[in-house]
Design a protein around this ligand. Structure first.
Ligand SMILES: NC(=O)c1ccc[n+]([C@@H]2O[C@H](COP(=O)([O-])OP(=O)(O)OC[C@H]3O[C@@H](n4cnc5c(N)ncnc54)[C@H](O)[C@@H]3O)[C@@H](O)[C@H]2O)c1
Length: 257
């Protein structure tokens, strides 16, 4: 028996086998969930290939989180595979190169707005697009965060986007709670994924994190983060919403070294 027996989940953001979302999908199936993935454009081929490694075959629906038609069609597309959703994972982020890597003071709005739309506003878009599938029975909208209460080297406008995501989480919790949907974030420590490799200077995070984490941190191990997502999708956090749960080896709680 698994802790997600009988649950239906929509999981976005499976790109490669390093994607956090891939490990959430795998563990979710192992814990008894029925999983639907989403992908889009050129990424769809990669998603399809990597989805083949999951324990059970999964349908993949079309979703570019910035595309109004995809968002409008999402509930109907998902309904072709499952009648309702118990949980939705938002595992989506992107910032143009000019918005990362120490160019903070010179980044143009055109680049900033792409980062904000794909990495923060999209949490609201996904919540609204899937609301019809969660509202009746209750569900959970879960996103992935990187602690935005402080600055980080190189993270720049993605850091600002994560701060916007954290605030969006609280407002969504306020407005979707009465509609039967809990909204939470998992704030993970640094993990070597495709998105992370796109951040110049990301290599410096690993040793810094290992030094500061009271219980250590392995940048090549997405399992603690994925397990936290599974726990949140289970029945064991029924009264938690608007929350940011840190899965970072404890770094957020330490002032130094
Ligand atoms: N890797 C880390 O160190 C780390 C730490 C904390 C939080 N996170 C967050 O975890 C989430 C997943 O990232 P990841 O590290 O697994 O990397 P990843 O590159 O595997 O996943 C990012 C996903 O975003 C998707 N995406 C980008 N633009 C999109 C769009 N317009 N529409 C739909 N999907 C789009 C990509 O296709 C990809 O699947 C992100 O929100 C990221 O910020 C990552």
């Amino acid at each position: 028996m698994g802790i997600l027996d009988g649950k239906n989940l929509l999981i976005t953001g499976v790109l490669t086998d390093s994607s956090i979302a891939y490990h959430v999908a795998r563990l979710a199936q192992e814990q008894g969930a029925t999983v639907v993935l989403s992908s889009f454009g050129r990424a769809a081929g990669l998603t399809k290939r990597i989805a083949g490694r999951l324990p059970t075959e999964v349908p993949i629906v079309q979703l570019d989180i910035t595309n109004a038609d995809d968002l409008a069609n999402l509930a109907d597309e998902v309904k072709k595979h499952v009648p309702h959703l118990d949980g939705v994972l938002h595992s989506i982020a992107f910032a143009p190169e000019a918005a990362l890597g120490g160019n903070f003071l010179n980044t143009e709005w055109d680049d900033v707005k792409v980062a904000l739309e794909i990495s923060a506003f999209s949490f609201k878009s996904l919540g609204m697009a899937t609301l019809p599938l969660m509202q009746e029975r209750g569900g959970q909208l879960l996103g992935l965060d990187f602690d935005a209460t402080v600055t980080w080297p190189f993270y720049d406008w993605m850091g600002v986007s994560k701060a916007a995501l954290e605030s969006t989480c609280r407002y969504l919790a306020r407005d979707l709670g009465p509609k039967n949907v809990r909204v939470n974030l998992i704030a993970a420590g640094p993990l070597y994924t495709t998105a992370a490799k796109g951040i110049p200077g990301f290599d410096e995070f690993g040793p810094m994190w290992q030094r500061r984490a009271p219980i250590g941190w392995d940048t090549s191990d997405p399992i603690p983060t994925a397990k936290a997502c599974i726990a949140m999708f289970s029945d064991w956090f029924p009264a938690t919403t608007g929350e940011i749960i840190h899965v970072d080896g404890g770094v957020h709680s330490q002032g130094g070294p």
